[in-house]
Design a protein. Structure first.
Length: 120
């Protein structure tokens, strides 16, 4: 490989790495923190095919367990609590919900994002 080709390949690799890193850190969704009024009495369908129903009386059910047995709350703006599980949630300008949480598994860690809309 000539010096010129080496320099080009190095520059290309660095540019590709920087571009990938920059796009991964691009501006995250920008919305406002969810409040109880945003979800009370609503069913939210998520991009992964699941749904959650936030009954006005504080009961929570979803497609995995449609019989309400847990409660939901918004202990602070931007945080939805279902049972013992908390997740950061915001309302985007287009009305979609963006939910983010971090789960720790025995074999790997996962940074999870989902988008949802009020449905049925």
């Amino acid at each position: 490989m000539t010096v010129r080709n080496y320099l080009f390949a190095t520059a290309f690799a660095c540019t590709a790495a920087w571009t990938t890193a920059a796009s991964a850190q691009a501006l995250p969704p920008q919305g406002r923190p969810v409040i109880a009024k945003d979800i009370s009495g609503k069913k939210i369908c998520w991009d992964d095919g699941h749904w959650g129903l936030f009954a006005a009386n504080g009961e929570f059910s979803n497609d995995r367990n449609p019989n309400p047995h847990s409660k939901w709350s918004v202990p602070e703006p931007g945080v939805i609590k279902t049972g013992s599980f908390n997740r950061q949630t915001e309302i985007l300008p287009d009305g979609q919900f963006h939910s983010h949480w971090f789960k720790i598994y025995t074999s790997k860690d996962r940074d999870i994002d989902h988008w949802g809309k009020v449905c049925g």
